[in-house]
Design a protein around this ligand. Structure first.
Ligand code: NI
Length: 257
């Protein structure tokens, strides 16, 4: 049987924190059972780097887009750049895009405009989206109402059970990071326990969000089994069942054969 059944649906291997050992680390994924990684852009350089990684590694696929922190740079020219990049092989989503009202480094109106513009791009290209949403549940849902044909994943899901239910009803997937292994992760755990198995994704958001017992360290995709084990324990399922399901879900969402 193929042992590469872990999928990290949200990673940032383009980041500087991997400069010292990126190649060695990515070369070790196979022996660690990791068979699929989505490398996600946050701005133009990281989107370009994601596409380059996808070109270099057969098990890496890419998403391109601007994170809410970069929303101020999403203009017509930038949207054309993303459209061009999305035409490359193995670009499977627009992301990460969304709203972040926690730090609010960028004014809300600018975030909303960039989110809408990138949802419209995803709609035009028939691509799913990877949404970063923090403390902006209401506005995010309201904007998504205007793009009924667009679905994707709410990554590092931090919402309530009620929001989880609403998203699942609309055909969305929910992504869980190492946060679900933290002692104080009550809400995320509740949703991960409830959600239909065919709508769950696991992710590291590496280099961030390392799971227990690595909390505080740089994370990488070899830690994905910790999230899978946690979900399996919550639901009383074999680890392999959850690993398979989360891999199949990512392949389905991102149309990877
Ligand atoms: Ni991310």
């Amino acid at each position: 049987m193929d042992e590469r059944f872990f999928c990290d649906s949200h990673a940032h291997y383009d980041q500087r924190r991997f400069d010292g050992d990126r190649e060695a680390l990515l070369a070790s994924m196979g022996e660690n059972g990791v068979g699929l990684i989505i490398n996600v852009g946050c701005d133009l350089p990281s989107s370009e780097a994601s596409v380059a990684l996808a070109r270099q590694y057969d098990f890496i696929y890419a998403a391109v887009g601007s994170h809410p922190d970069d929303a101020g740079h999403v203009d017509e020219a930038r949207l054309w750049e993303y459209r061009r990049l999305a035409g490359a092989d193995k670009v499977v989503a627009i992301g990460e895009i969304g709203l972040d009202y926690h730090y609010e480094d960028v004014p809300r109106e600018i975030q909303k405009r960039a989110f809408r513009a990138q949802l419209a791009l995803a709609e035009a290209l028939h691509l799913p989206v990877i949404v970063h949403e923090r403390e902006a549940h209401g506005d995010a849902l309201e904007i998504l109402n205007d793009f009924p044909s667009v679905t994707g994943v709410f990554h590092c899901f931090s919402g309530s059970l009620e929001l989880g239910r609403e998203l699942v009803k609309r055909g969305w997937y929910l992504g869980f990071t190492g946060v679900i292994t933290f002692k104080n992760a009550r809400k995320a755990v509740e949703v991960a326990q409830w959600a239909p198995l065919n709508r769950l994704l696991v992710e590291t958001d590496c280099p961030y969000m390392a799971p227990e017992p690595y909390r505080g360290r740089r994370s990488d995709s070899t830690m994905i089994p910790k999230m899978v084990e946690k979900i399996a324990a919550l639901r009383g399922l074999p680890v392999e069942t959850v690993a398979r399901a989360t891999l199949d879900n990512a392949k389905r969402l991102f149309s990877i054969s």
